[in-house]
Design a protein around this ligand. Sequence first.
Ligand code: NAD
Length: 178
Amino acid sequence: MLRVLFVGRFQPPHLGHIHVLSWCLGFADEVVVVIGSAQESYTLKNPFTVSERLEMLRCAVREAGLPLAAFRFVPLQDINMNPVWPRYLETMVPRFHLVVTGNRLVAELFRDYGYPVAEPPFYRREVCSGTRIRSLMVSGDESWRSLVPACVASYIDGIDGVGRLRRIYGCSGGGGTA
Ligand code: NAD
């Protein structure tokens, strides 16, 4: 039984994330998907709540035709101590054998605890990123829809996610969505 760990903020879940989940199932039996920064929402960088992100991930997995039973979704709050973050995470999730990540800090922290780390293949890296998708939403550019699964776009419409993001942007006086 090979279980891999994939950590993200999923703000929102996009085609790159789903590509990684599908890639993982090419060699793993189960994927623990940690929804990080669970305490964050209603900010430019993290507009969606952890429960919204969970719902979007589940619908995206179903839409991609992947078996939902192969994924364990675990919300996880951040802590203010990077060096012990992997230990803290270990106490919240089932045991895993490999960390899949394209995030350099995440890779570095888990390597220091002796975990093997694999970098997943990037999917349309230059366009398919949460930062870019949020930025398109703020600027009223509808092309963000082509970068997320259809059910995620419908979900975001249903909660007026773009309106939320634009209002937060207005309140913050702008300044980027990274
Ligand atoms: P993210 O949603 O931006 O990315 C998640 C993963 O998807 C990354 O591995 C990324 O490389 C991959 N990805 C993104 N675009 C892709 C594409 N087009 N194709 C293929 N893969 C793609 O999330 P993130 O910011 O990387 O999440 C890291 C989480 O870990 C955050 O919640 C962060 O706060 C948390 N963290 C917490 C601590 C702490 O609490 N001290 C320390 C380190 C990390």
